[in-house]
Design a protein around this ligand. Structure first.
Ligand SMILES: Nc1ncnc2c1ncn2[C@@H]1O[C@H](COP(=O)(O)OP(=O)(O)O)[C@@H](O)[C@H]1O
Ligand SMILES: Nc1ccn([C@H]2C[C@H](O)[C@@H](COP(=O)(O)OP(=O)(O)O)O2)c(=O)n1
Length: 239
C-alpha cells in the first residue's frame, strides 16, 4: 500500500496553443465535447478585458486601474462550455469581443506583465475547478499548464487563417476585407510571438499540427488519438 501522498492523479488538461485563426477553439470544443470535459478559450478572457478598456476609453498603457478591471473579470467572467458563449455577468459579449479593434487591444494588453500576472490565476481557477478541460491560447503549454500531459501547437497558413476569420466576421455581420484582416492578423502574430513575457511558441514537449488542409474533425481525431496513447483516456470498450 502506498501512503496517500504518493498517489498523484494525472492533470486532466489538454493544451492547444497557436496563432490567430489556426482553429484552436473550434478543435478544443470538439475534443472537449467528445470527452465530456469543459473547454476554455483563454483568448476570450484577454478579449473581455480589452472590451472593458475600449468602453472606458482606455489604452494599453492606462494600467493604473488594472486591479479594478481584472477583479471585475474574476467575479463576472463566464464561458458557457456547451455553446462557447461568453458572458460578463448577465451581459453576453461573444460577438463584441471578436471585433478586430478588440483583437488588437487584447494583443497589446497581453504584452503587459501586470495584465498577465492578474489573468493567470483566473485561467487556472476556471480549469482546475472542473474535472477535465481542453484549454486554448498562446501560453497554455509553456506557462499556464506546463505540467499538462498532452500539449498541441496548432498552425495553418496565414492566408487560410485570414480567410477563415473573414468568413466568421461576415457571418456575424461585421464588415472588413481580406487585406485589412491579413494585416491585423500578421501584426498580432508578430507581437504575440515577440513579446518578452509568455510569447507564443510551442512548448518543448508540444506536438505540432498543421490544419491548413485538414478539417476541424480530422484535427480533433488526431488529438484524441494522442490522448489515448498517453493514457489520458481509455476506450469505453476497454472498461
Ligand atoms: N480545420 C479547419 N478548416 C476550416 N475552417 C476551420 C478549421 N478550424 C477552424 N475553422 C474555422 O476558422 C475560424 C477560426 O477558428 P477558431 O477556432 O476561432 O480559431 P482560433 O481559436 O485559433 O483563433 C472559425 O470560423 C472556424 O469555424
Ligand atoms: N493565453 C493567451 C490567450 C490570448 N492572448 C492574447 C493574444 C491574442 O492576440 C489575443 C486574443 O487571443 P485569441 O486566442 O482570442 O485570438 P484568436 O481567436 O486566435 O484570433 O489575446 C494571450 O496573450 N495569451
Amino acid at each position: 500500500m502506498y501512503p496517500d501522498h504518493d498517489l498523484l492523479e494525472k492533470l486532466k488538461v489538454i493544451t492547444i496553443d497557436g496563432p490567430a485563426g489556426s482553429g484552436k477553439s473550434t478543435v478544443a470544443k470538439i475534443v472537449a465535447t467528445k470527452l465530456g470535459w469543459i473547454y476554455v478559450t483563454t483568448g476570450a478572457i484577454y478579449r473581455s478585458l480589452a472590451l472593458l478598456f475600449h468602453e472606458a476609453n482606455l489604452k494599453e498603457k492606462d494600467l493604473g486601474n488594472i486591479e479594478r478591471f481584472t477583479s471585475f473579470i474574476n467575479e463576472r467572467y463566464r464561458q458557457e462550455s456547451s455553446s462557447g458563449k461568453v458572458f460578463l455577468g448577465e451581459r453576453e459579449v461573444s460577438h463584441e469581443i471578436k471585433a478586430p479593434h478588440v483583437s488588437e487591444l487584447a494583443s497589446l494588453l497581453a504584452q503587459e506583465d501586470s495584465v498577465r500576472k492578474r489573468l493567470l490565476p483566473i485561467q487556472r481557477k476556471v480549469v482546475l475547478n472542473n474535472n477535465g478541460a481542453v484549454v486554448d491560447g498562446r501560453d497554455m503549454g509553456t506557462v499556464v499548464f506546463p505540467d499538462a500531459p498532452l500539449k498541441i501547437f496548432l498552425t495553418a497558413s496565414p492566408e487560410e487563417r485570414a480567410e477563415r476569420r473573414l468568413k466568421e466576421l461576415h457571418l456575424n455581420g461585421m464588415k472588413t476585407n481580406i487585406n485589412e484582416l491579413m494585416k491585423e492578423i500578421n501584426e498580432r502574430d508578430l507581437r504575440d510571438t515577440n513579446r518578452r513575457i509568455a510569447p507564443l511558441k510551442p512548448a518543448h514537449d508540444a506536438i505540432l499540427l498543421d490544419s491548413t488542409k485538414s478539417t476541424q474533425e480530422e484535427i480533433a481525431k488526431i488529438i484524441l488519438k494522442y490522448a489515448l496513447q498517453k493514457e489520458m483516456i481509455i476506450k469505453k470498450s476497454e472498461i
